[in-house]
Write a protein that binds this ligand. Structure first.
Ligand code: ADP
Ligand code: MG
Length: 240
């Protein structure tokens, strides 16, 4: 579904991605782990061209998205993204947040968009919050709404960048539960996370990044039980 070939990214003189090669198949659940500053977010943001790669090629559904002149809005509609900091529109209700993109980009009628939003709100367990504003929600609720909002565009793949890192500990579980349900429903997912339990139980493949490289990758069992690389071992010693 997604091919990444020889991906490099510089910010000025700073080389952040140093040649990433990956194939992400439909239905895969990829967990990306690694120390702060290793390039995890940049890698994720390159997948939907929120960051423009300096060099390399990314292909989605057979279409090269790194070529000049491509309609990035159309490509990004295939990919939902959930950030650490929710990024909900503060002046819109929950319903307004979820229906806005489907109405403007997919040209759904208000009634169609609201019907779909209600289904999604049920799915994340927050139907009763439809008329609330983001400021009236807890962090965990905001993140579940952010996931519902991304799903409203019916993406083929969901990208998560540390979706639970800004949450109070007691709210992490409710967000991981929604993500686990999504994984079970067959969604293709790439998740940058510090939640090693989630990576172990939900991911089918784990990438360990360090210094702009994918240093090691494998099944959760390979990475967590039998890490081969010393840097992977050192990282896991610190976080487990
Ligand atoms: P991670 O998500 O693994 O913590 P990032 O991909 O956010 O790592 O960052 C990798 C490196 O790139 C860091 O040194 C960071 O400071 C730098 N970086 C990230 N985004 C930018 C940017 N927009 N401009 C300049 N430097 C950046
Ligand atoms: Mg990051």
């Amino acid at each position: 579904m997604i091919y990444v070939e020889n991906l490099h990214k510089y910010f000025g003189d700073l080389q952040v991605l140093k040649g990433i090669d990956q194939h992400i198949a439909r239905g895969e659940k990829l967990a990306v782990i690694g120390p702060s500053g290793s390039g995890k977010s940049t890698f994720l943001r390159c997948l939907n061209m929120l960051e423009i790669p300096t060099k390399g090629k990314i292909t989605v559904d057979g279409e090269e998205i790194t070529q000049h002149g491509i309609d990035l809005n159309r490509i990004r509609q295939k990919m939902g993204m959930v950030f650490q900091q929710f990024n909900l529109f503060p002046h819109k209700t929950v319903m307004g947040n979820i229906t806005m993109a489907p109405m403007t980009l997919k040209k759904l009628s208000k009634a169609e968009a609201e019907k779909k939003a209600e289904e999604l709100l049920k799915r994340v367990g927050l139907l009763e919050k439809a008329d609330a504003y983001p400021a009236q929600l807890s962090g965990g609720q905001k993140q579940r709404i952010a996931i519902a909002r991304a799903l409203a565009m019916e993406p083929e793949i969901m990208l998560f960048d540390e979706p639970t890192s800004a949450l109070d500990p007691e709210m992490v579980g409710e967000v991981l539960e929604v993500m686990t349900d999504l994984a079970k429903a067959g969604m293709t997912m790439v998740v940058v996370t510090h939640e090693m339990g989630f990576a172990r139980e939900v991911a089918n493949r784990v990438l360990f990044m360090d210094g702009g490289h994918i240093v090691e990758e494998g099944t959760p069992e390979e990475i967590f039980e039998h890490p081969q690389n010393e840097r992977t071992r050192e990282f896991l010693r610190k976080v487990l």
